[in-house]
Design a protein around this ligand. Structure first.
Ligand code: G6P
Length: 611
């Protein structure tokens, strides 16, 4: 997704801007650009299609020097990836702007601006913003006033950074619906889409809130709220470790992040398990009262986070005894749901900035039947956390690979904690809660154990690399795990992969099964083991080639499987976390064989901050 960087400092800021763009690469993008007010008071802009490295090559030929600038990585929404569509966009020769978001009324604004004589040089929705600002500049006292008046005309979502040759000491930034942060440095101040972009410069950040307009100068930051009042926003500090983004000895972030999961299990549980229960306060000071009121849970999320929510529904209904519904945010936000009384909204998100999830929360939280909101999220200070009553941070650390791995398993653990605190108020006995706590303590070691299978799983990857399709099968709580496995494979290896609840096989997908259709099946020994085996007999009878991911004590002789990955026999409550890991490793190794871009798969973005 688009990334923004801005800098105003006592030194030449070009290197800061490029470093920031490199650090935003993980979000996904197709082109990049930079503009500076140079020391001769002229705006210089350079743009390139492809990686930031291509832009750097251009810079090496013609290096602009300046103390103030904005830069951008673009993920195409309106208009092809091309130089003309790259940001920064300019109006005239003095005004440059970078934008993240989507302007929904851009067609109407474009017609109006063209009638006023503005010539458009791109196919983007963004370009209307820079011309709108340009049009009101002559009648405005300051660049800030011009931006304030221009954004009033915008419908949709935006985070913008603006520079002007006549205001060579100020970046003006505004946010509505897309994230934006300010980084406070010793020698200047900075602007970015997220704190990762500025992690080499500072550990002090201000999160702009919805409707904020900021003037950023070397030694002064002035923020006005949507109401036009001066706003004092809190400064947040992060330890440098919390923002560290190197690959260590791994070749890919995804591989490193898969292998971090034992540590992540420890971190997400740290301080959250008492002797025999999960304290309410883990979810915040007001958690107890809110959980007391909740009679129904509505989980809302996108992508991998949605799969975590689907797993949670099995746990919340079976172990906690509370009714639970799960829905994809992009659907929920446009439905008119019949909300049950005393509904607790639970949003799940790695980034905390996913546009659809945020919109669904905003639509629902003022509903009279909602008793409160909880976000399960990996990014402290994100919009989702700030707009929810309660939050549980998943402490997975920065996740750079676009395909989510450690964030997912940490979300599962967060839901296990939620199952305990909600369950205590409904169907879970103190003994059951104690048992659950004891099991959770074993989780980091079990995850570590399963990670040792990496090499063995690599040996199975070759079966998939030349295939065009794969089926993933699971039952019960392992059905959403199969969905997550299929999503991982398609995201990074571009192999079409579909997941089915194994009981559905005979209602359609069985027609696809032959020697050319690999079938990956999750076969823990649980209450559905025999049912699963019957489904696999159906596959075997059609000569389907199966890879079984099975418990070490699963008796599978009658299936005569050629390929089995055996996992330790673990408690049913922990199994979804454990069975996820081989699926992550499998997709990683298939992608390696296929030679795809593992960390930044084509067309995908890490944080989807637009609809
Ligand atoms: C994108 C990412 C996925 C992620 C989804 C939801 O599609 O590529 O990995 O699961 O967004 O993101 P969130 O940050 O809300 O979990």
């Amino acid at each position: 997704m688009c990334g923004i960087v801005g800098a105003v400092a006592r030194h030449d800021v070009l290197d800061n801007l490029i470093d920031g763009l490199n650090r935003l690469e993980y979000r996904g993008y197709d082109s990049a650009g930079v503009a500076l007010v140079c020391d001769d008071k002229r705006v210089q802009r350079l743009r390139a299609v492809g990686k930031v490295a291509v832009l750097e090559e251009e810079i090496s030929v013609k290096r602009p020097v300046g103390h103030i600038g904005v830069a951008h990585t673009r993920w195409a929404t309106h208009g092809q990836p091309s130089v003309r569509n790259c940001h920064p966009h300019m109006s005239g020769t003095d005004l440059a702007l970078v934008h993240n978001g989507i302007i929904e009324n851009h067609t109407e604004l474009r017609t109006e601006l063209e009638a006023d004589g503005y010539e458009f040089t791109s196919d983007t929705d963004t370009e209307v913003i820079v011309h709108l600002i340009h049009r009101v500049l002559p009648d405005s006292n300051t660049l800030r006033d011009a931006v304030a008046s221009a954004v009033e005309r915008l419908e949709g979502a935006y985070a913008i950074g603006v520079i002007h040759a006549s205001s060579p000491d100020t970046i003006v930034a505004a946010r509505h619906g897309s994230p934006l942060i300010i980084g406070l440095g010793d020698d200047g101040n900075y602007l970015a889409s997220d704190q990762m972009a500025l992690s080499s410069i500072t550990d002090r950040f201000i999160y702009l809130e919805e409707g904020d307009l900021a003037e950023i100068q070397v030694d002064r930051i002035l923020i006005h709220s949507r109401q036009g009042e001066v706003a004092n926003r809190q400064v947040h500090r992060f330890s440098p470790g919390a923002l560290s983004i190197d690959k260590g000895h791994y070749n890919h972030f995804m591989h490193k992040e898969i292998h971090e999961q034992a540590r992540v299990m420890t971190d997400v549980l740290e301080g959250r398990l008492a002797e025999a229960h999960v304290p309410d306060a883990v979810f915040g000071v007001d958690a107890a009262a809110l959980f007391d009121r909740a009679q129904h849970i509505q989980i809302i999320a996108c992508g991998t986070s949605y799969h975590a929510g689907m797993v949670a529904r099995y746990w919340l209904e079976e172990h906690a005894g509370i009714p639970c519904q799960v829905e994809i945010a992009s659907e929920y936000r446009y439905r008119t749901p019949a909300v049950l009384p005393h509904t607790l909204i639970v949003t799940v998100s790695q980034s905390g900035e996913t546009a659809d999830t945020l919109a669904a929360l905003r639509n629902l939280k003022d509903h009279p039947n909602c008793c409160g909101s909880l976000s399960i999220c990996n990014v402290a200070g994100s919009s989702l956390i700030r707009e929810s009553d309660l939050c549980l941070l998943t402490h997975a650390g920065p996740e750079i690979g676009v395909a989510s791995t450690k964030a997912f398993t940490s979300q599962l653990v967060a839901f296990q904690l939620l199952t305990a605190v909600v369950g205590r108020r409904h169907a879970m006995t103190p003994q059951a809660e104690r048992g659950l706590v004891l099991q959770l303590r074993e989780l980091p070691a079990l995850v570590q154990h399963v990670l040792l299978l990496d090499e063995r799983i690599r040996n199975h990857a070759g079966t998939f690399a030349d295939k065009n399709h794969t089926l993933f099968l699971g039952r019960g709580v392992h059905y959403p795990i199969a969905m997550e496995g299929a999503l991982k494979l398609k995201e990074i290896s571009y192999i079409h992969a579909e997941a089915y609840a194994a009981g559905e096989l005979k209602h359609g997908p069985l027609a696809l099964v032959d020697e050319e259709m690999p079938v990956v099946a999750l076969v823990p020994v649980d209450g559905l083991f025999d049912k699963m085996k019957s489904n696999l007999q159906e596959v075997q009878a059609r000569k389907g080639s199966m890879l079984l991911i099975a418990s070490e004590n699963a008796c599978l002789e009658d299936l005569k499987p050629k390929s089995v990955i055996r996992l330790p026999d673990v408690p049913e409550f922990l199994a979804p976390v454990i069975y996820t890991i081989p699926l992550q490793l499998l997709s990683y190794h298939v992608a390696l064989i296929k030679g795809t871009n593992v960390d930044q798969p084509r067309n995908l973005a890490k944080a989807v901050t637009v609809e």
